[in-house]
Ligand binder design. Structure first.
Ligand code: FEO
Length: 393
């Protein structure tokens, strides 16, 4: 599939319609795409990013169909293999081509893809590269995901190629955003799963993007934004320090006791006009958990005791939350135990990257009883007061 972006510019990457999991971790309900863009300048031709090596044949066929006589540059905005994995195959087809990237990325590409050092053309931040009537400018943006990530700006056409940044996992046949509501959800999910750990660094780079005169934002996953303000404003909302009147309850229940506590807490929070989103960790979609973490003011972990700690699914979820670094303000724990209450320190010891206020947990021995329900009401009141203190309610 070759799609025209503008005159002398084509999207030549691949849709991975059937891919179900990314990084062996992230569910992909709508597959994904690896966008790759050819730019024909009056003197030189450049390719912006490539595709996952599993889709190399599609990219190579598209390049052959365009009948490119000479490919001068392969710009690598990001070294992760879903965008760089086909660089060696493109170099086989166009041995004269140079891989244009920054020094940090060169090292990664040499290590991961065994690309020889003499194939590289190294650029620095803000440097430009002429294609004749078109000029590429490179904005190195370390830790907008990886240490070597960069953006490429096509000055004359006002197109910003952002690779992972501002993208979404969606194998859409539409080149441009066609359903804003769906794209908003896909991009938010992508932000939550991939970009949220870098929220504070992204604040700086969003300002840099806003300062550019941009007509199109062309990521290497998902659809192209022909209204750049749509995704920039969405990101500004997500990376802000603002939270919503929302409690997320990831939980596991082994013998119904913790689930009973979760149900009671949900009732008590709803009575207090607090929005709640529970996730049974046995079969929860971690992407949906991540999306909820973008906005939630409070996380209540529902955790049964298991041996002298808690259930591994709870540990995995708390580990993930800590890694994603949401802007959560409050955390507490509810759960049932038989003989050990060590699960509280087991869980709190994993929360190191974020600094939420810990609200007094509620543990019950066995199935909850009248006095435990009172404690759950107390917890709901505490959450209400905390949310009121932030003017969320
Ligand atoms: Fe789409 Fe970080 O790779």
């Amino acid at each position: 599939m070759i799609r025209k972006l503008k005159d002398n510019m084509y999207e030549v990457g691949a849709r991975d319609w059937d891919r179900e999991v990314f990084d062996e971790l992230i569910p992909l309900p709508d597959g994904t795409s690896y966008n790759s863009y050819v730019i024909f300048g009056s003197e030189k031709t450049a390719l912006i990013d490539t595709v996952d090596s599993t889709k190399k044949d599609e990219l190579i066929n598209n390049l052959k169909t365009l009948d490119i006589k000479k490919l001068d540059y392969i710009v690598s905005n990001h070294s992760e293999q879903d965008h760089s994995g086909s660089i060696p195959y493109v170099l086989e087809l166009f041995p004269e081509s140079k891989v244009v990237t920054n020094e940090k990325a060169k090292g990664l590409l040499m290590e991961h893809l065994l690309i020889p050092e003499d194939k590289f053309f190294i650029i620095k931040d803000n440097e430009t590269l002429s294609l004749g009537d078109k000029t590429l400018q490179f904005l190195i943006s370390p830790w907008v995901h990886w240490p070597e990530t960069m953006l490429t700006y096509l000055i004359e056409d006002k197109i910003l190629f952002t690779c992972d940044f501002l993208g979404s996992h969606n194998a859409s046949s539409s080149l441009f955003v066609s359903e804003e509501k769906k794209t908003y959800f896909d991009a938010k999910r992508y932000y939550a799963e991939i970009m949220m750990p870098f929220r504070t660094i992204i604040k700086k780079h969003i300002s840099r993007v806003e300062a550019l005169d941009v007509d199109y934002i062309a990521p290497s996953h998902g659809e192209v934004y022909d209204k750049p303000e749509f995704i920039i404003n969405a990101y500004k909302e997500w990376i802000s320090d603002d939270v919503k009147n929302l409690v997320i309850i990831p939980y596991v229940s082994m013998h119904d006791s913790t689930e009973e506590m979760v149900k009671r807490l949900i009732d008590e929070l709803v009575k207090r006009n607090i929005k709640v989103k529970p996730f049974n960790l046995v079969n929860a979609d971690i992407g949906e958990i991540a999306i909820t973490l973008v906005d939630a003011a409070t996380i209540i972990v529902g955790a049964p005791a298991l041996l002298v700690g808690t259930h591994p699914a709870v540990i995995s979820a708390v580990y993930l939350v800590n890694a994603l670094r949401p802007k959560t303000k409050f955390v507490s724990i509810i759960g049932s135990y038989g003989w050990s209450t060590k699960l509280i320190e087991h869980i709190t010891s994993l929360i190191t990257n974020i600094k939420p206020e810990i609200i007094n947990p509620v543990l019950t021995k066995g199935f909850p009883k009248a006095e435990d329900y009172k404690k759950i009401e107390r917890l709901a009141n505490d959450i209400l007061e905390k949310h009121k203190s932030l003017n969320l309610i």
